[in-house]
Design a protein around this ligand. Structure first.
Ligand code: PSV
Ligand code: MN
Length: 426
């Protein structure tokens, strides 16, 4: 299904006056306070988040999976779905492929399709957390960290193959997330596992094209429950440093123990020029993979406040690879993604309203109350008219969720694809 321009214009007709009134009111207020509203709107319009190719079907838990029907059954259809998201929101202009779930069969055709939908190929993800069909070696006891050289070599080769696939599509980064670790004390030698992982990553790094980045993701537990080899940002940073300048840490919001101060982690990585990528989701307990901003929107804002500060003050960092890494167990995946995109834009817009100079002055004065006021004034501003304006200017709709429902996108997809299609992914 493709959303036509006329459908967007038609849909917007109804809400246009209301939007203009709200936008003019807010813009007037912000301009009076000294904000450059058009700069904020254009920053919002520029902010693009990659959609992972594995997140367009219903997610599942180990207890079950409930389809929303009309799921994309191949990469072409996944791109169509991202095309729908991008047409409506104008913020989903990239896809992050997971290999081997989404190896293109015809590279030229896939590239042409993505180009036509204005979708770029962002970081490619390798998968050594599952055994692949016909693979000689098993990853049951780890991949890059495994005690067996043959298994490590197979996992290294897989990553090198993923780079080749990404290269043909225009990707510029490889994301490595390992399930490696142990479920019981004594099962692994921590030092050997870490050293093996470092050596394997160096081998992968040697195969990285000059203009590529290696993004090292960390996670404290799951699927291993006693230890993971890359359990936190410190381990990831050490491994990235051990590889070289093109290797960076990737922060996934769900990959922290409860109450971790993620904004501080983000700030320190930026200071060191080592923040390379970001996976968005939300959680109450662990790696819950819930809709971004659904549980802890203030924490997301504080993280964005650091990101905005870092983008302005730490040019030693690369452009970050932004991606949504959520799972859609009970919501329509496309609606869930629309809500996530909206929450990301909202947190970003609010962070752009933080007066960094005023905050610095209040920090220097140790005026704790004022510091909080500055942050919370920005957080309490209803920035939705700014986001709507950015979307409208770029050709999107005022309200993506409403448009998605009014246009009955899911109904159309079910008509086109049938009910019982299943998307590749987790
Ligand atoms: C692991 O939990 C993770 O966040 C990694 O980013 C994977 O690539 C993704 O989920 C899907 O398996
Ligand atoms: Mn992730």
């Amino acid at each position: 299904m493709k959303i036509q321009k006329e459908q967007i214009t038609d849909f917007n007709k109804n809400g246009l006056q209301n939007h203009s009134e709200n936008f003019d009111f807010l813009a007037h207020k912000l301009n009076k306070q000294g904000y450059d509203v058009s700069d904020i709107v254009s920053k919002l319009a520029d902010f693009q988040v990659a959609i992972p190719s594995w997140a367009l079907g219903a997610g599942g838990t180990r207890f079950g999976r409930f389809s929303f029907y009309g799921e994309p059954s191949d990469l072409e259809q996944k791109l169509d779905d991202i095309g729908v998201l991008h047409s409506l929101t104008q913020t989903a202009g990239a896809v992050s492929l997971h290999i081997p779930w989404d190896i293109p069969s015809d590279y030229k055709a896939i590239k042409e399709k993505a180009d036509a939908l204005h979708i770029k190929f962002d970081a490619v993800n390798s998968n050594t957390f599952q055994d692949q069909q016909n693979a000689k070696e098993s990853y049951k006891f780890g991949s890059l960290s495994n005690t067996s050289k043959a298994i490590r070599d197979q996992a290294i080769q897989h990553n090198l193959d993923v780079i080749k696939i990404g290269d043909k599509l225009g990707s510029k980064a490889l994301t490595v997330w390992l399930a490696d670790g142990s479920s019981f004390p004594g099962q692994n030698n921590f030092q050997t596992a870490f050293q093996n992982t470092q050596d394997s990553l160096i081998d992968i790094y040697k195969g990285l094209p000059d203009d590529w980045k290696l993004l090292v993701e960390y996670k404290p537990y799951e699927p291993n429950f006693y230890s993971t080899v890359i359990q936190d940002w410190g381990a990831s940073l050490m491994l990235a440093n051990g590889c070289g300048d093109k290797a960076y840490t990737l922060v996934d919001l769900g990959h922290h123990l409860p109450n971790s101060n993620i904004e501080q982690i983000v700030a320190i990585l930026q200071l060191k020029g080592k923040l390379g990528g970001f996976h968005f989701n939300d959680s109450k307990y662990g790696d819950d993979d819930l809709t971004v901003g659904s549980i802890k929107p203030y924490a997301l804002f504080l993280i964005f406040n650091e990101l905005v500060y870092g983008i302005e003050n730490n040019p030693q960092n690369p452009d970050l690879a932004w991606m949504i890494d959520a799972s859609h167990n009970i919501k329509d995946p496309l609606e869930d993604l629309i809500q996530s995109l909206e929450a990301i834009q909202e947190a970003y817009a609010k962070a752009l309203l933080v007066d960094q100079d005023l905050l610095k002055a209040a920090q220097n004065d140790n005026d704790v109350v004022k510091c909080q006021e500055i942050l919370q004034n920005a957080y309490r501003t209803d920035v939705r008219p700014l986001i709507e304006k950015a979307r409208l200017d770029a050709g999107g709709v005022i309200s993506p969720i409403n448009a998605y429902r009014v246009l009955d996108v899911r109904g159309q997809l079910i008509k086109e694809r049938g009910k019982h299609t299943v998307a590749t992914g987790l």
